[in-house]
Design a protein around this ligand. Sequence first.
Ligand SMILES: [Zn+2]
Length: 82
Amino acid sequence: MKPYLCPNCKTNRSRFNRIKQVSTSIQLDPRSGEVISECSNGQLASYHMDYQGPEYKVQCGACGLIEDERTFLSFAEHNPLT
Ligand SMILES: [Zn+2]
């Protein structure tokens, strides 16, 4: 674990909501939008790009900002507690 600091309110280092991103790959009927198939990672067709985003999003418990986890990590890194 590394410290977080909210880049928006710049004061909150302790209260956060950590949102785990769970990706489900789906194939839709292009007309109806109906799900034709769902597949887990490793079963994707070669032309279907897997989810590349961050594992966690983080919401500031003070001001409500939602950003990638690395945004909170790097702001804390550049503004260490003294
Ligand atoms: Zn905040």
